[in-house]
Design a binder for this molecule. Structure first.
Ligand SMILES: NC(=O)c1ccc[n+]([C@@H]2O[C@H](COP(=O)([O-])OP(=O)(O)OC[C@H]3O[C@@H](n4cnc5c(N)ncnc54)[C@H](OP(=O)(O)O)[C@@H]3O)[C@@H](O)[C@H]2O)c1
Length: 340
């Protein structure tokens, strides 16, 4: 315990920039830290504490959680609760904490999806695990085709009115349902703060489908998750599968996803990054941040060293026309391949 005054005095002068989240009053850091992996009961507490503190010391104010993060589900929130107690308690008002509900959490008919029953109970459980009175953003984690969308959205409105979340967001909603939700929420004076979607150089569906543009047009921010394609957009898998990787540890990224066509593309992107004088991870993050409609990029890290590397993207040079053409040429090959 103790050490409650660890925080670096220069944490807001270390290069982090903040972007306005849609038309809201809130600024989010260009890089946020995601706790999906590396913060579960299977992970080392001293490592996660070092990562979280390093992030905060470098201006990362936004920590992204969900009820099911772990493994085991719930344990990332429990560990975050411990971090709050032994590190961040004096800094609660400097933090922007998000959680989500909608994926499988407990047994029986109310343990998943988007009923009012599940969302209300899920958020109460999350607050208890984290030891918080409220979260800054509560997300509907996924669209539920069986529950009337109005029931879900009204639950989000009531959650904000109850004070248990300051803002609400949507994650992975299909295009039309997202637009319906922006309108429904705005009419009830509970604007959707942010849409969270998978977005990286290898997966640009949210851009291709117009989801990022729709969010911008509605005054909603956009948070990009899995910006490094879970580690594929780094140099780590170029020569096989390292023992200390998400794939080897049995995380969400599977060996089958490392198809030879993709590794070839990644190797070419790595060459471009080296020509630019940076790591592939930094180039991949900088590529997303070049889109001004992206409010924040939510990355993961399994070590302080990775986080330190990733923060260098804040100093990446703008992409020249020649570099853009080279990168797009490489990515076009991927889009016409069957590998993804
Ligand atoms: N809304 C949703 O449904 C949803 C879904 C997924 C994620 N998310 C959010 O997005 C966050 C980020 O997702 P993600 O973890 O998939 O993000 P990511 O940034 O694409 O991948 C992170 C992983 O890449 C590897 N890595 C990171 N930096 C590296 C570096 N510099 N060099 C080498 N390897 C590096 C590490 O894996 P190793 O373990 O291999 O070292 C790390 O855990 C999540 O924590 C969560 O908050 C949301």
């Amino acid at each position: 315990m103790g050490e409650l005054n660890f925080a670096a005095a220069d944490r807001y002068d270390s290069g982090m920039k903040y972007r306005r989240c849609g038309d809201s009053g809130v600024l989010l850091p260009e890089l946020s830290l995601g706790l999906w992996h590396n913060f579960g009961s299977v992970d080392r507490y001293d490592n996660m504490k070092a990562i979280a503190r390093y992030a905060f010391d470098h201006g990362i104010t936004c920590f992204d959680l969900a009820d099911n993060y772990g493994p085991v589900p719930g344990s990332a929130e429990e560990n975050f609760g411990r971090l709050m107690r032994d590190s961040f308690a004096p800094h609660r008002d400097e933090l922007f904490v998000s959680t989500k509900a909608g994926h499988d959490m407990w047994r029986g008919p109310y343990g998943s999806w988007n009923s009012r029953k599940h969302l209300m109970a899920g958020l109460d459980q999350s607050l208890k695990r984290m030891g918080l009175d409220y979260v800054d953003v509560f997300y509907s984690h996924r669209y539920d085709p069986e529950t009337p969308i109005e029931e879900t959205l009204q639950a989000l409105v009531d959650i904000v009115r109850s004070g248990k979340a300051l803002y609400v967001g949507l994650s992975k909603y299909p295009k039309h349902q997202a637009m319906f939700a922006y309108d429904y929420l705005a009419r009830r004076d509970v604007r959707c703060l942010v849409y969270q979607g998978r977005y990286n150089m290898l997966n640009t569906a949210v851009e291709d489908d117009g989801i990022i543009d729709d969010a911008a047009a509605a005054g909603v921010g956009f948070a990009a998750f899995s910006p490094l394609a879970q580690g594929m957009l780094t140099d780590k898998y170029l020569n096989g599968i390292p023992a200390d990787s998400r794939v080897a540890r049995g995380g969400f990224l599977k060996k089958e996803q490392l198809a030879p066509e993709i590794i070839e593309v990644v190797a070419e992107l790595n060459r471009i990054a080296l020509d630019r004088g940076e790591s592939l991870a930094d180039m991949a993050l900088a590529w997303l941040l070049a889109d001004r409609n992206v409010t924040s990029v939510i990355m993961g890290a399994s070590s302080v060293e990775q986080l330190g590397d990733n923060l260098q993207c804040l100093y990446s040079a703008p992409f020249s026309d020649e570099e853009i053409a080279r990168i797009e040429g490489v990515l076009k090959r991927l889009k016409t391949s069957d590998a993804l």
